[in-house]
Design a protein around this ligand. Structure first.
Ligand code: B12
Ligand code: SF4
Length: 455
C-alpha cells in the first residue's frame, strides 16, 4: 500500500524537533509497502498538496505529539490546527486517516472525537503495521489492541514486545531540514520510566518498565546519524539515567564506536556514581537537562520524586565538575506548594552555579496519573472535567500568579531564569544561531542574554 506519514508539528519553541516517532512507525511496515514522511516543518501546504497528487496515498498516518504547550501563562493549543489539517486532507484525498503519537495516547478518545479521523492507535506506533495489513486484507482493524474507531473504544495495550525497527532515511527532505537548522537529530536508547512522579504521563505513554535497546545497537544508530551529517544528538528517553547501568553502557558504546558529535538529554538528579558525569562527558555528553521540579523537600516528597534536595545539589556539582552544560526544569504549584516551599526552592537554586533554570508554573493534570486521582479526591476536578484544554492543579496555599511574582522578583535581570520555554526572542535567538551553523539546544547562550525573565 502507499502510506504517507505526516508530522503536523510546526512549533519552533524551544526549537523544531525531529519527528523520530515516525521513523519507528515507518520501520514497522513491511518492505512491500511504499512509505513517505511529510514533515510540515520542511514541507509547505502547496508541496503537501503536490505530494498527495503524485503519491496518492491510500493510508495517512498523522502524528499527534503535542496537544498544547503546557504553559499556563502563555498557552498554545494545537488540536484545532490538526483538525483543520484533517478537513483539508479530506477535501483532497480519499485515504484512510489514522492518528497516533504521545499526545494522542494521553487522551485518545477525546482527540479521536476532536479530529474525526478514521482510526486512532493508542500507545506505540508499531501496531500501525497490523492496522495497515488488516486494511489491505479487507479485515476490520478495530479488533487490534489499542485501535480506536467510530465503531468502538479501546484501551492502552500492553507495551510492544515485538521488534523496534527505526527506519532512518538520510536522503529524506525533512532530514535535510534539521541538518540545516541546528544539525540536531534524535536517538532513543530505551522505552519506559520506572519512576512514579505523581503528575507525569511518561510511564503511561512509554510503559512503566524499561525496555532497553542493546547499547551497541544504539551506538550503531548514533554513528549512522553522524554519517548522515548530524552535528548533535538529543536522546529522547524520558530520563536517560533511570537505568544507570544501561546509560553507562550506552556511553561506553558511543566511545568505542568512535562517536565524535556531542549529545544531551533528560536526566534525573538522583544519587549517581561519583564519576558518572565525567564518564558521560568523555563519551560526548554536552548538555544535561535535569527534571528537578523543586528544591523543597516537602514538594519533592509530594511529587514522589526519586531524589532529595541534597542529591540534586550533588548531581549538579558532579555535572558541572565534568564541564557539561546544566539546565534544571522546575515545576511549581503542585499539591502542598506554599510561599515557604517556593522560597526554599528559590533559595537553594541560588546555590546551583552556572545553570539555566526553566520554570513551569502550574502542573497540568493528565489522566492516568496519581495527580489526577488526587485532584478528583480534592474535588478540584470532576470525573467529567474535560482535560483536553489544559487544566492546571490549584495549590491551596498559593496561586500561580503569586508564584510567578516570587520567581520574577527573585530572577531580576538574570537571563538564565526563564519562565516556561521562554520568550519568543529566545527561540528567535536559537534559530539565528542554528542558521549560522551552531548546533544543539543552545540554551546555555540564553544565560548570557540579560533580560526580564519569562514571556
Ligand atoms: C524528548 C521530549 C522533548 C524534547 C525534544 C528534543 C528533541 N530534540 O526532540 C524537548 C525538551 C525539546 C521537548 C520540548 C517540548 N515538549 Co516534549 N517531550 C519529549 C518526550 C520525553 C519524548 C518524545 C520523543 O521523542 N519520544 C520518542 C519517540 C520514538 O516516541 P513518540 O514520538 O512518542 O512516537 C511513538 C508513539 O507515540 C507513536 N507515534 C508517534 N507518531 C505516530 C503517528 C502515528 C500515525 C501512529 C500510529 C503512532 C505514532 O509511535 C512511536 C513509536 O512507538 C515526550 C514524553 C514521552 N515520554 O513521550 C515529551 C512530550 C512529547 N513533550 C510535550 C510537550 C508539551 C513539549 C513542549 C510543548 C514543552 C514546551 N512548552 O516547551 C515542547 C515542544 C517542542 C516542539 N518543538 O514540538 C508533551 C506533549 C503532550 C502535550 N501536553 O501536548 C509530552 C508528551 C510530555 C508531556 N508533558 O506529557 N520535549
Ligand atoms: S523520572 Fe521523569 S519521566 Fe520518570 S516518572 Fe518522574 S518525571 Fe516522569
Amino acid at each position: 500500500m502507499r502510506i504517507l506519514l505526516i508530522s503536523p508539528n510546526t512549533l519552533v519553541t524551544p526549537y523544531p524537533v525531529y519527528p523520530i516517532g515516525l521513523d519507528y512507525v515507518a520501520g514497522c511496515l513491511a518492505a512491500d509497502h511504499q512509505v513517505r514522511i511529510a514533515d510540515r516543518n520542511a514541507l509547505s501546504l502547496a508541496e503537501l498538496e503536490e505530494l498527495l497528487r503524485d503519491f496518492a496515498p491510500e493510508v495517512i498516518g498523522l502524528s499527534c505529539r503535542n496537544i498544547d504547550n503546557t504553559e499556563a501563562g502563555d498557552p498554545l493549543f494545537f488540536i484545532d490546527e490538526y483538525r483543520r489539517l484533517v478537513l483539508w486532507l479530506r477535501e483532497r484525498t480519499p485515504a484512510v486517516l489514522v492518528c497516533g503519537g504521545s499526545g494522542f495516547t494521553i487522551m485518545p478518545e477525546r482527540i479521536f472525537a476532536a479530529l474525526q479521523v478514521d482510526y486512532g492507535i493508542i500507545g506505540e506506533g508499531e501496531r500501525f503495521a497490523l492496522l495497515v495489513d488488516a486494511l489491505q486484507q479487507g479485515k476490520d482493524p478495530a479488533h487490534i489492541p489499542g485501535v480506536l474507531s467510530s465503531r468502538g473504544t479501546a484501551e492502552l495495550p500492553a507495551p510492544w514486545t515485538g521488534e523496534l525497527a527505526r527506519q532512518f532515511e538520510p536522503a529524506a527532505a525533512h532530514v535535510d531540514f534539521y541538518l540545516r537548522n541546528g544539525g540536531m537529530l534524535n536517538l532513543q536508547t530505551k522505552r519506559g520510566c520506572s519512576f512514579r512522579c505523581i503528575y507525569c504521563p511518561y510511564p503511561h505513554i512509554e510503559g512503566k518498565r524499561h525496555r532497553l535497546t542493546p547499547p551497541e545497537e544504539v551506538a550503531r544508530t548514533a554513528m549512522e546519524l553522524q554519517a548522515a551529517g548530524a552535528k548533535y544528538l538529543f536522546l529522547t528517553d524520558s530520563a536517560f539515567n533511570s537505568d544507570v547501568a544501561h546509560s553507562i553502557a550506552v556511553a561506553r558504546a558511543f566511545k568505542k564506536a568512535g562517536l565524535a558529535i556531542p549529545w544531551g538529554g533528560f536526566f534525573a538528579p538522583t544519587q549517581l556514581p561519583p564519576d558518572y558525569f565525567s564518564l558521560m562527558a568523555d563519551a560526548g555528553l554536552k548538555h544535561v537537562e535535569f527534571g528537578t521540579e523543586s528544591l523543597s523537600a516537602t514538594m519533592l516528597a509530594n511529587y514522589r520524586k526519586p531524589f532529595s534536595p541534597a542529591e540534586v545539589v550533588v548531581a549538579h556539582q558532579q555535572a558541572r565538575k565534568a564541564r557539561v552544560q546544566v539546565a534544571h526544569y522546575l515545576l511549581l504549584g503542585g499539591p502542598g506548594e506554599s510561599p515557604a516551599t517556593v522560597s526554599e526552592t528559590l533559595d537553594l537554586l541560588e546555590q546551583l552555579d552556572r545553570a539555566v533554570f526553566f520554570f513551569f508554573i502550574g502542573v497540568r493534570i493528565y489522566p492516568f496519573t496519581a495527580l489526577y486521582d488526587l485532584a478528583l479526591d480534592e474535588k478540584k476536578i470532576a470525573p467529567d472535567t474535560d482535560l483536553l484544554h489544559p487544566v492546571f492543579y490549584e495549590a491551596d496555599a498559593i496561586d500561580r500568579a503569586a508564584i510567578e511574582a516570587m520567581v520574577t522578583a527573585r530572577a531580576g535581570k538574570r537571563g538564565n531564569w526563564i519562565i516556561g520555554s521562554g520568550p519568543a526572542e529566545n527561540a528567535a535567538m536559537v534559530r539565528k544561531m542554528h542558521e549560522r551553523g551552531r548546533s544543539g539546544p543552545l540554551w546555555e547562550y540564553l544565560a548570557e542574554r540579560p533580560s526580564a525573565p519569562g514571556k
